[in-house]
Write a protein that binds this ligand. Structure first.
Ligand SMILES: [Zn+2]
Length: 407
């Protein structure tokens, strides 16, 4: 049994309570035992960490990552590596995500159940991860990475999507992913940026196909995540029973109201648009990708504002790919521009824990929860850009272990 006592912290526990100046937290093995402010207890064997001047927060959660999308030219990545190289590269992304302060992640397409099991069994070091496996997409839709000049069927391999058209094919594709132990089904419901042949502001799957996919997932108690930008696509998904709308850049008030009425979540992913728009040229991403990223970025912040005004459940995801993988922590600062730092942080902690049905385990610093915490310099509640510099993250406590400690 090992105990750790964090003292003198500026404690923001993310329960919704105000931060406290002289907070303390006592952990025992991988569990938070007690928290408080003022005079801490003095258990004889506890390791003491003096957090003076630093902010103690729950470990961050990124609800939209892709460990498997590590190249800037996504459309070509599946052609470039042997399967073993794919996994080695994805594992490096997962570990680096932990280095940025994320102790839990939801992979929104690409990673198979092996990543979840490997972390659970301690075979690899990384945040706890839940997965969608291969995303479902239509022929010629987002995630069909073939060029329009290609005549052959797609090459399937690690991290490629499942191309399925029509109700019987989508049922089979969804069942196949469920058979392979995924936590959710991911559907490319509308157009996207990283694929050559389609435009973001379009609808792809039909209502009948979406309903069939949602049926297969819900039959085994699982949820569907849908990639969409257009209002038509978001409305179609909400009506079909999709659980979380990913991106949603063109959101208008009428769609926001429908999404809310249907109990759907919105997971905006601001980081990837800002990072890729600003850096895409120098990183050499293809012209069609960059053009579309710039186009959808225009509406990204406005969508968050509309969602907030409509009282939507808003999760937090970065959707970073390629070189952006190292900068997932941009998301809190970008969201703060609309929501303010406090709500942006809550969205990446408590709200995300609700989104992924783990609010009884993670997302806040409370007795009984898992000992996943970060200690941050630079007053992140006043300056959310503090998260962007990983050197500001002085301590990462992962399942009760000091994964990082540069106090
Ligand atoms: Zn994504």
């Amino acid at each position: 049994m090992t105990m750790k006592l964090f003292t003198n912290a500026f404690l923001f526990d993310c329960t919704g309570a105000d931060p406290v100046e002289k907070g303390w937290v006592l952990t025992e093995d991988d569990v938070i035992r007690e928290t408080g402010d003022g005079k801490p207890p003095s258990p004889p064997d506890a390791e003491i960490l003096d957090c003076r001047g630093l902010t103690l927060l729950p470990g961050l959660i990124d609800a939209h990552i892709h460990v498997s999308l590590y190249d800037n030219d996504l459309g070509n990545q599946h052609r470039a590596y042997y399967p073993a190289m794919h996994y080695v590269k994805a594992m490096a992304v997962l570990k680096d995500t932990l280095d940025q302060g994320f102790t839990t992640v939801r992979d929104a397409g690409g990673a198979d159940a092996g990543f979840r099991v490997a972390v659970e069994q301690g075979l690899i070091t990384g945040p706890s991860i839940t997965v969608c496996g291969s995303s479902l997409c239509i022929t010629g839709g987002h995630a069909d990475c073939r060029y329009s000049t290609e005549q052959r069927p797609p090459v399937f391999g690690p991290f490629t999507s499942s191309i399925a058209d029509g109700v019987p094919e989508v049922q089979k594709a969804a069942r196949e992913q469920l058979r392979q132990g995924v936590d959710y089904i991911k559907v490319m419901a509308g157009g996207g940026c990283a694929s050559q042949a389609d435009e973001p502001d379009t609808v792809q799957y039909t209502p009948a196909e979406m309903e069939a996919i949602v049926y297969e997932a819900s039959a085994v108690g699982k949820k569907v995540l849908a990639h969409c930008y257009s209002n038509n696509s978001m409305r179609l998904c909400a009506n079909a029973g999709v659980y979380s709308i990913e991106h949603g850049n063109y959101l208008d008030s009428a769609t926001a109201k429908l999404i809310k009425d249907k109990g759907c979540w919105l997971v905006p992913t601001l980081s990837t648009y800002f990072f890729m728009s600003d850096n895409g040229e120098k990183l050499g991403i293809p012209g069609y990708f960059l053009r579309k990223m710039k186009q959808v970025r225009e509406h990204a912040l406005e969508a968050v504002k509309i969602a907030m005004n409509a009282g939507l459940n808003i999760g937090s995801g970065s959707d970073m790919v390629g070189d952006g993988q190292a900068h997932k922590n941009m998301e809190i600062e970008l969201k703060s521009r609309v929501m303010g730092a406090r709500k942006a942080i809550l969205s990446a902690t408590r709200e995300n824990s609700r989104l992924i049905f783990q609010e009884d385990k993670i997302g806040t610093i409370e007795a009984g929860k898992r000992a996943d915490m970060i200690l941050v310099d630079g007053k992140p509640l006043e300056k959310p850009e503090a998260f962007k510099n990983r050197d500001n993250i002085k301590v990462i406590l992962l399942r009760g272990n000091l994964y990082k400690n540069i106090l």
